[in-house]
Design a protein around this ligand. Structure first.
Ligand SMILES: Nc1ncnc2c1ncn2[C@@H]1O[C@H](COP(=O)(O)OP(=O)(O)O)[C@@H](O)[C@H]1O
Ligand SMILES: [Mg+2]
Length: 377
Protein backbone atom coordinates (compact mmCIF):
# COMPACT_ATOMS: atom_id res chain seq x y z
CA UNK A 1 0.00 0.00 0.00
CA UNK A 2 1.18 3.48 -0.77
CA UNK A 3 2.10 5.57 2.24
CA UNK A 4 -0.56 8.05 3.28
CA UNK A 5 0.43 11.71 3.24
CA UNK A 6 -0.97 12.29 6.73
CA UNK A 7 -0.38 10.19 9.83
CA UNK A 8 -1.50 10.36 13.41
CA UNK A 9 -1.21 8.18 16.47
CA UNK A 10 2.50 7.74 16.10
CA UNK A 11 5.13 10.41 16.29
CA UNK A 12 5.70 12.25 13.03
CA UNK A 13 8.48 11.16 10.71
CA UNK A 14 10.43 13.72 8.74
CA UNK A 15 8.10 14.29 5.76
CA UNK A 16 5.19 14.52 8.10
CA UNK A 17 6.87 16.87 10.51
CA UNK A 18 6.14 20.54 10.06
CA UNK A 19 7.00 23.88 11.60
CA UNK A 20 8.54 23.87 15.10
CA UNK A 21 11.60 25.71 13.77
CA UNK A 22 12.13 27.78 16.90
CA UNK A 23 11.39 24.97 19.31
CA UNK A 24 13.66 22.58 17.40
CA UNK A 25 16.52 25.10 17.41
CA UNK A 26 16.13 25.76 21.12
CA UNK A 27 16.01 22.07 21.97
CA UNK A 28 18.96 21.28 19.72
CA UNK A 29 20.99 23.99 21.39
CA UNK A 30 20.07 22.63 24.81
CA UNK A 31 21.05 19.11 23.75
CA UNK A 32 24.36 20.30 22.35
CA UNK A 33 25.15 22.28 25.49
CA UNK A 34 23.79 19.63 27.85
CA UNK A 35 21.22 21.99 29.31
CA UNK A 36 18.40 20.13 31.02
CA UNK A 37 15.00 20.78 29.46
CA UNK A 38 11.41 20.29 30.52
CA UNK A 39 8.71 20.34 27.85
CA UNK A 40 5.08 20.71 28.84
CA UNK A 41 1.95 20.67 26.70
CA UNK A 42 -1.38 18.88 26.64
CA UNK A 43 -1.43 15.43 25.09
CA UNK A 44 -1.12 15.10 21.33
CA UNK A 45 0.17 18.57 20.59
CA UNK A 46 3.56 17.28 19.47
CA UNK A 47 6.08 16.79 22.29
CA UNK A 48 7.17 13.29 21.32
CA UNK A 49 7.39 14.24 17.65
CA UNK A 50 9.51 17.26 18.47
CA UNK A 51 11.96 15.42 20.72
CA UNK A 52 12.30 12.50 18.31
CA UNK A 53 12.91 14.81 15.40
CA UNK A 54 15.67 16.70 17.23
CA UNK A 55 17.12 13.43 18.56
CA UNK A 56 17.30 12.10 15.00
CA UNK A 57 19.05 15.24 13.80
CA UNK A 58 21.63 15.08 16.61
CA UNK A 59 22.23 11.38 15.98
CA UNK A 60 23.08 11.93 12.34
CA UNK A 61 25.03 15.13 12.80
CA UNK A 62 27.07 14.46 15.89
CA UNK A 63 28.55 11.04 16.55
CA UNK A 64 29.81 12.16 19.95
CA UNK A 65 26.35 12.66 21.37
CA UNK A 66 24.18 9.63 22.06
CA UNK A 67 20.48 10.04 22.69
CA UNK A 68 18.50 7.65 24.89
CA UNK A 69 14.72 7.77 24.67
CA UNK A 70 12.44 6.23 27.26
CA UNK A 71 8.72 6.42 27.70
CA UNK A 72 7.43 5.84 31.22
CA UNK A 73 3.70 5.98 30.45
CA UNK A 74 3.28 2.39 31.63
CA UNK A 75 5.86 2.52 34.37
CA UNK A 76 4.19 2.35 37.76
CA UNK A 77 6.97 1.97 40.29
CA UNK A 78 10.54 2.78 41.15
CA UNK A 79 11.73 -0.71 40.24
CA UNK A 80 10.13 -0.62 36.80
CA UNK A 81 11.68 2.79 36.30
CA UNK A 82 15.16 1.46 37.08
CA UNK A 83 14.77 -1.41 34.63
CA UNK A 84 13.58 0.89 31.88
CA UNK A 85 16.19 3.52 32.63
CA UNK A 86 19.08 1.03 32.65
CA UNK A 87 17.84 -0.66 29.48
CA UNK A 88 17.45 2.51 27.45
CA UNK A 89 20.69 4.03 28.73
CA UNK A 90 22.51 0.92 27.53
CA UNK A 91 20.59 0.69 24.28
CA UNK A 92 21.04 4.32 23.36
CA UNK A 93 24.78 4.23 23.90
CA UNK A 94 25.57 0.88 22.26
CA UNK A 95 25.67 0.21 18.57
CA UNK A 96 25.29 -3.56 18.76
CA UNK A 97 23.46 -6.05 21.01
CA UNK A 98 26.77 -7.63 22.07
CA UNK A 99 28.04 -4.27 23.13
CA UNK A 100 24.90 -3.69 25.15
CA UNK A 101 25.38 -6.93 27.07
CA UNK A 102 29.07 -6.21 27.58
CA UNK A 103 28.38 -2.73 28.91
CA UNK A 104 25.70 -4.03 31.25
CA UNK A 105 28.24 -6.41 32.79
CA UNK A 106 30.91 -3.75 32.93
CA UNK A 107 28.95 -0.82 34.32
CA UNK A 108 26.32 -2.54 36.44
CA UNK A 109 28.51 -5.30 37.83
CA UNK A 110 27.14 -5.17 41.39
CA UNK A 111 23.62 -5.80 40.19
CA UNK A 112 24.37 -8.98 38.24
CA UNK A 113 22.47 -7.83 35.15
CA UNK A 114 21.11 -10.22 32.57
CA UNK A 115 20.14 -9.09 29.10
CA UNK A 116 17.73 -11.22 27.11
CA UNK A 117 16.32 -10.75 23.66
CA UNK A 118 12.76 -11.47 22.74
CA UNK A 119 11.86 -12.78 19.25
CA UNK A 120 10.95 -9.27 18.06
CA UNK A 121 14.51 -8.37 19.04
CA UNK A 122 13.50 -6.23 22.00
CA UNK A 123 16.12 -6.29 24.70
CA UNK A 124 15.05 -6.86 28.29
CA UNK A 125 17.16 -6.44 31.36
CA UNK A 126 16.84 -8.15 34.71
CA UNK A 127 18.99 -8.08 37.80
CA UNK A 128 20.36 -10.99 39.84
CA UNK A 129 20.05 -9.12 43.14
CA UNK A 130 16.95 -8.42 45.20
CA UNK A 131 14.74 -5.40 44.83
CA UNK A 132 15.69 -4.25 48.33
CA UNK A 133 19.35 -4.22 47.36
CA UNK A 134 18.67 -2.09 44.31
CA UNK A 135 16.40 0.29 46.17
CA UNK A 136 18.98 0.82 48.87
CA UNK A 137 21.69 1.46 46.38
CA UNK A 138 20.45 2.60 42.98
CA UNK A 139 23.63 4.61 42.32
CA UNK A 140 24.98 2.36 39.59
CA UNK A 141 21.72 2.64 37.69
CA UNK A 142 21.01 6.31 38.19
CA UNK A 143 24.59 7.23 37.33
CA UNK A 144 24.76 4.87 34.36
CA UNK A 145 24.50 7.54 31.62
CA UNK A 146 27.27 9.58 33.24
CA UNK A 147 29.48 6.52 33.78
CA UNK A 148 29.11 5.47 30.15
CA UNK A 149 29.62 9.02 28.89
CA UNK A 150 32.88 9.32 30.81
CA UNK A 151 34.15 5.88 29.83
CA UNK A 152 33.43 6.44 26.14
CA UNK A 153 34.30 10.12 26.13
CA UNK A 154 30.94 11.08 24.69
CA UNK A 155 27.95 13.15 25.76
CA UNK A 156 24.61 11.51 26.49
CA UNK A 157 21.12 12.95 26.31
CA UNK A 158 18.46 11.12 28.28
CA UNK A 159 14.89 11.89 27.20
CA UNK A 160 12.07 10.73 29.43
CA UNK A 161 8.61 10.90 27.87
CA UNK A 162 5.35 10.99 29.88
CA UNK A 163 7.30 12.22 32.87
CA UNK A 164 4.08 13.13 34.71
CA UNK A 165 3.75 9.38 35.52
CA UNK A 166 6.38 9.95 38.21
CA UNK A 167 3.76 11.79 40.24
CA UNK A 168 1.75 8.60 40.68
CA UNK A 169 4.62 6.45 41.94
CA UNK A 170 4.39 5.32 45.55
CA UNK A 171 6.60 7.68 47.59
CA UNK A 172 7.00 9.90 44.57
CA UNK A 173 8.64 12.79 46.36
CA UNK A 174 11.37 10.67 47.91
CA UNK A 175 12.00 9.16 44.52
CA UNK A 176 12.22 12.56 42.83
CA UNK A 177 14.75 13.56 45.45
CA UNK A 178 16.81 10.50 44.63
CA UNK A 179 16.77 11.28 40.92
CA UNK A 180 17.70 14.90 41.38
CA UNK A 181 20.50 14.21 43.85
CA UNK A 182 22.17 11.88 41.37
CA UNK A 183 21.51 13.76 38.16
CA UNK A 184 22.70 17.13 39.39
CA UNK A 185 26.24 15.76 39.51
CA UNK A 186 26.24 14.64 35.89
CA UNK A 187 28.45 16.82 33.74
CA UNK A 188 28.36 14.78 30.56
CA UNK A 189 24.64 14.13 30.44
CA UNK A 190 21.68 16.34 29.58
CA UNK A 191 18.16 15.43 30.63
CA UNK A 192 14.99 16.19 28.73
CA UNK A 193 11.88 15.46 30.77
CA UNK A 194 8.53 15.99 29.10
CA UNK A 195 4.87 15.23 29.46
CA UNK A 196 1.34 16.49 29.84
CA UNK A 197 -0.55 17.52 33.01
CA UNK A 198 0.71 21.07 33.17
CA UNK A 199 -0.32 21.80 36.76
CA UNK A 200 1.33 18.69 38.07
CA UNK A 201 4.56 19.12 36.11
CA UNK A 202 4.72 22.78 37.01
CA UNK A 203 4.51 21.79 40.63
CA UNK A 204 7.40 19.38 40.16
CA UNK A 205 9.59 21.84 38.28
CA UNK A 206 8.75 25.29 39.52
CA UNK A 207 7.78 24.88 43.12
CA UNK A 208 10.73 25.92 45.29
CA UNK A 209 10.03 23.18 47.81
CA UNK A 210 10.20 20.42 45.20
CA UNK A 211 13.35 18.45 44.32
CA UNK A 212 13.30 19.39 40.62
CA UNK A 213 13.04 23.13 41.25
CA UNK A 214 15.28 25.04 38.80
CA UNK A 215 16.33 21.84 37.07
CA UNK A 216 16.59 23.49 33.68
CA UNK A 217 14.90 25.25 30.79
CA UNK A 218 11.11 24.96 30.85
CA UNK A 219 9.39 25.00 27.45
CA UNK A 220 5.63 25.32 27.06
CA UNK A 221 4.96 23.81 23.67
CA UNK A 222 2.22 25.72 21.88
CA UNK A 223 0.03 24.62 19.02
CA UNK A 224 1.28 24.87 15.45
CA UNK A 225 -0.27 27.97 13.88
CA UNK A 226 -3.20 27.84 11.51
CA UNK A 227 -1.11 29.36 8.75
CA UNK A 228 1.62 26.71 9.07
CA UNK A 229 -0.98 23.95 9.04
CA UNK A 230 -2.56 25.43 5.94
CA UNK A 231 0.74 25.43 4.04
CA UNK A 232 1.59 21.93 5.23
CA UNK A 233 -1.77 20.41 4.26
CA UNK A 234 -1.74 22.06 0.85
CA UNK A 235 1.76 20.81 0.15
CA UNK A 236 0.99 17.23 1.22
CA UNK A 237 -2.03 17.17 -1.09
CA UNK A 238 0.07 18.48 -3.97
CA UNK A 239 2.87 15.99 -3.27
CA UNK A 240 0.34 13.24 -3.88
CA UNK A 241 -1.27 14.82 -6.94
CA UNK A 242 -4.42 16.05 -5.27
CA UNK A 243 -5.57 19.59 -4.67
CA UNK A 244 -6.79 21.70 -1.80
CA UNK A 245 -6.92 25.48 -1.70
CA UNK A 246 -5.09 27.33 1.04
CA UNK A 247 -8.43 28.60 2.37
CA UNK A 248 -9.85 25.09 2.65
CA UNK A 249 -6.62 23.81 4.20
CA UNK A 250 -6.74 26.51 6.86
CA UNK A 251 -10.44 25.88 7.39
CA UNK A 252 -9.67 22.20 7.96
CA UNK A 253 -7.11 22.92 10.69
CA UNK A 254 -9.33 25.55 12.28
CA UNK A 255 -12.22 23.09 12.58
CA UNK A 256 -10.17 21.02 15.02
CA UNK A 257 -8.63 24.00 16.86
CA UNK A 258 -5.24 23.40 15.19
CA UNK A 259 -4.79 20.37 17.44
CA UNK A 260 -1.87 18.42 15.90
CA UNK A 261 -3.26 14.93 16.19
CA UNK A 262 -6.70 15.83 14.89
CA UNK A 263 -5.41 18.04 12.09
CA UNK A 264 -3.52 15.02 10.79
CA UNK A 265 -6.50 12.75 11.25
CA UNK A 266 -8.96 15.11 9.60
CA UNK A 267 -6.52 15.82 6.77
CA UNK A 268 -6.05 12.10 6.21
CA UNK A 269 -9.79 11.42 6.15
CA UNK A 270 -10.38 14.34 3.80
CA UNK A 271 -7.52 13.25 1.56
CA UNK A 272 -8.93 9.72 1.34
CA UNK A 273 -12.33 11.08 0.30
CA UNK A 274 -10.82 13.41 -2.28
CA UNK A 275 -10.53 12.22 -5.88
CA UNK A 276 -8.85 15.27 -7.34
CA UNK A 277 -9.83 18.39 -5.47
CA UNK A 278 -10.87 18.72 -1.82
CA UNK A 279 -13.93 20.79 -0.97
CA UNK A 280 -15.57 22.17 2.15
CA UNK A 281 -18.25 19.50 2.05
CA UNK A 282 -15.63 16.74 1.97
CA UNK A 283 -13.95 18.26 5.03
CA UNK A 284 -17.24 18.64 6.90
CA UNK A 285 -18.24 15.09 6.07
CA UNK A 286 -14.86 13.78 7.24
CA UNK A 287 -15.22 15.63 10.53
CA UNK A 288 -18.64 14.09 11.11
CA UNK A 289 -17.11 10.69 10.36
CA UNK A 290 -14.41 11.13 12.98
CA UNK A 291 -16.92 12.39 15.52
CA UNK A 292 -19.20 9.40 14.96
CA UNK A 293 -16.31 7.03 15.18
CA UNK A 294 -15.31 8.46 18.57
CA UNK A 295 -18.80 8.81 20.02
CA UNK A 296 -18.73 5.47 21.86
CA UNK A 297 -15.52 6.51 23.54
CA UNK A 298 -17.03 9.84 24.53
CA UNK A 299 -20.14 8.17 25.93
CA UNK A 300 -17.85 6.05 28.09
CA UNK A 301 -16.07 9.18 29.20
CA UNK A 302 -19.16 11.11 30.29
CA UNK A 303 -20.47 8.04 32.09
CA UNK A 304 -17.55 8.30 34.48
CA UNK A 305 -18.15 11.99 35.20
CA UNK A 306 -20.24 13.40 38.02
CA UNK A 307 -23.37 15.43 37.35
CA UNK A 308 -21.72 18.65 38.53
CA UNK A 309 -18.69 18.05 36.31
CA UNK A 310 -21.02 17.74 33.34
CA UNK A 311 -22.93 20.84 34.43
CA UNK A 312 -19.64 22.69 34.49
CA UNK A 313 -18.74 21.51 30.98
CA UNK A 314 -22.15 22.70 29.82
CA UNK A 315 -21.40 26.16 31.19
CA UNK A 316 -18.03 26.17 29.40
CA UNK A 317 -19.70 25.13 26.13
CA UNK A 318 -22.24 27.91 26.58
CA UNK A 319 -19.33 30.33 26.68
CA UNK A 320 -19.78 31.32 30.32
CA UNK A 321 -16.73 32.71 32.09
CA UNK A 322 -18.14 34.00 35.37
CA UNK A 323 -18.64 30.59 36.95
CA UNK A 324 -18.65 31.84 40.52
CA UNK A 325 -21.47 34.34 40.02
CA UNK A 326 -24.51 33.45 42.10
CA UNK A 327 -26.56 33.39 38.95
CA UNK A 328 -24.39 30.84 37.19
CA UNK A 329 -23.80 28.70 40.26
CA UNK A 330 -27.56 28.37 40.40
CA UNK A 331 -28.32 28.17 36.70
CA UNK A 332 -25.83 25.36 36.12
CA UNK A 333 -26.28 23.74 39.54
CA UNK A 334 -22.59 23.92 40.37
CA UNK A 335 -22.95 23.99 44.14
CA UNK A 336 -20.73 26.33 46.13
CA UNK A 337 -17.69 28.12 44.75
CA UNK A 338 -15.53 25.79 46.85
CA UNK A 339 -17.14 22.93 45.01
CA UNK A 340 -16.33 24.62 41.73
CA UNK A 341 -12.65 24.45 42.55
CA UNK A 342 -12.96 20.71 43.14
CA UNK A 343 -14.75 20.24 39.83
CA UNK A 344 -12.05 22.14 37.95
CA UNK A 345 -9.23 20.23 39.62
CA UNK A 346 -10.83 16.87 38.88
CA UNK A 347 -11.32 17.75 35.20
CA UNK A 348 -7.78 19.13 34.93
CA UNK A 349 -6.34 16.02 36.50
CA UNK A 350 -8.24 13.87 34.00
CA UNK A 351 -6.85 16.05 31.19
CA UNK A 352 -10.32 17.01 30.01
CA UNK A 353 -9.84 20.70 30.53
CA UNK A 354 -6.91 23.04 31.03
CA UNK A 355 -6.93 26.59 32.39
CA UNK A 356 -3.60 28.04 31.30
CA UNK A 357 -4.78 31.61 31.79
CA UNK A 358 -8.29 32.67 32.78
CA UNK A 359 -10.08 30.83 30.05
CA UNK A 360 -11.20 27.23 30.39
CA UNK A 361 -10.18 25.11 27.40
CA UNK A 362 -11.76 21.77 26.62
CA UNK A 363 -8.67 19.96 25.43
CA UNK A 364 -10.12 17.51 22.94
CA UNK A 365 -11.72 19.52 20.11
CA UNK A 366 -13.81 16.59 18.87
CA UNK A 367 -15.08 15.86 22.35
CA UNK A 368 -16.05 19.51 22.61
CA UNK A 369 -17.89 19.30 19.32
CA UNK A 370 -19.62 16.11 20.37
CA UNK A 371 -20.75 17.68 23.65
CA UNK A 372 -22.07 20.65 21.71
CA UNK A 373 -23.78 18.88 18.86
CA UNK A 374 -24.91 15.64 20.44
CA UNK A 375 -24.73 15.41 24.18
CA UNK A 376 -26.05 18.76 25.34
CA UNK A 377 -28.43 19.25 22.45
N1 LIG B 1 5.46 19.02 14.05
C1 LIG B 1 4.44 18.25 13.62
N2 LIG B 1 4.11 18.25 12.31
C2 LIG B 1 3.08 17.50 11.87
N3 LIG B 1 2.32 16.72 12.64
C3 LIG B 1 2.59 16.68 13.96
C4 LIG B 1 3.67 17.44 14.52
N4 LIG B 1 3.68 17.22 15.84
C5 LIG B 1 2.68 16.36 16.11
N5 LIG B 1 2.02 16.02 15.00
C6 LIG B 1 0.85 15.11 14.89
O1 LIG B 1 0.23 15.02 16.15
C7 LIG B 1 0.27 13.66 16.65
C8 LIG B 1 0.53 13.67 18.12
O2 LIG B 1 1.83 14.15 18.36
P1 LIG B 1 2.76 13.63 19.54
O3 LIG B 1 4.14 14.08 19.22
O4 LIG B 1 2.55 12.20 19.76
O5 LIG B 1 2.15 14.49 20.75
P2 LIG B 1 2.45 14.42 22.31
O6 LIG B 1 3.74 13.72 22.49
O7 LIG B 1 2.49 15.86 22.73
O8 LIG B 1 1.30 13.70 22.92
C9 LIG B 1 1.34 12.97 15.82
O9 LIG B 1 1.03 11.61 15.67
C10 LIG B 1 1.25 13.70 14.49
O10 LIG B 1 0.22 13.17 13.70
MG1 LIG C 1 3.92 11.94 23.51
Amino acid sequence: MKKLPFIFGKSSDSVNFTDREEESARLEMNFNSLINTTIISPRRWGKTSLVESVAEKIRTENKNIKVCLLDIFNVRSEMEFYEQFAKEALKGTSSRWEEMAENAKKFLSHLLPKISFSPDSQAEISFGVSWETIQKNPDEILNLPETIAKAKKISVIVCIDEFQSIGDFPESLAFQRKLRSHWQHHHNVGYCLYGSKRTMLLDIFSNSSMPFYKFGDIMFLQKISNQKWGEFIKKRFEDTNKKISIEQAEYLAELVDNHSYYVQQLAQQSWLRTKTSCSKSIIDESLQGIKNQLSLLFIGQVETMTATQLNFLKAVIDGETAFTSQENLKKYRLGSSANLKKIKNALISREIIDIPTQKVDILDPIFKLWLQEEFFK
